[in-house]
Design a protein. Structure first.
Length: 176
């Protein structure tokens, strides 16, 4: 393992936080969920920040929290928000700091199922009333974000039957 952070990227609902927490317990490294870090620092939920400050300020705040998190001295597992790699030069900065960047690539159908069931907690998709509309939005969004996700060093394909443990083992295997 190199001396730098392990970064987990992927679309919202891909399981980045679950993988990060589980991986943390398996390899005994601290875990930071960037969304939680941002909410804690600004004492507002992600939805509140998004709604009260707007997307542009939300992305500025996100970048500040990303940079301060990346500047931590101790090696840490960091799961990013779904859009974090896609704004400013965030992915370029991440790539200068670490080669341990993992893209959790989850199928459109699985994302649609997961996100439809939790859309009220996600400001970007809370307005969708039917699964087909949401699926169309996710597909378009994935198309726009994929070039940034593809800048990751490793791509972990997550089929519908792959468990969190399977994903963690795949990540751990890249260390050896």
């Amino acid at each position: 393992m190199d001396n730098s952070h392990l970064i987990i990227v992927g679309y919202m609902g891909s399981g980045k936080s679950l993988v990060g927490k589980k991986l943390s317990s398996k390899i005994k490294l601290p875990f930071i969920d960037l969304d939680d870090e941002r909410a804690k620092k600004y004492q507002m939920s992600i939805s509140n920040i998004f709604e009260t400050k707007g997307e542009i300020e939300f992305r500025n705040i996100e970048r500040k929290v990303l940079l301060s998190t990346l500047n931590r001295k101790d090696k840490t597992i960091i799961s990013l928000g779904g859009g974090t790699p896609c704004y400013f030069d965030n992915m370029d900065i991440i790539k200068k700091i670490t080669k341990q960047i993992y893209y959790i690539n989850t199928s459109l159908n699985l994302l649609n199922e997961r996100l439809f069931n939790e859309k009220e907690f996600r400001p970007m998709i809370s307005r969708f009333k039917d699964k087909n509309e949401l699926k169309e939005f996710i597909a378009k969004h994935l198309f726009e974000r994929k070039p940034f996700y593809d800048m990751s060093t490793y791509k972990i394909d997550c089929s519908d039957n792959k468990t969190i443990d399977d994903v963690c083992e795949e990540i751990i295997d890249t260390f050896n």
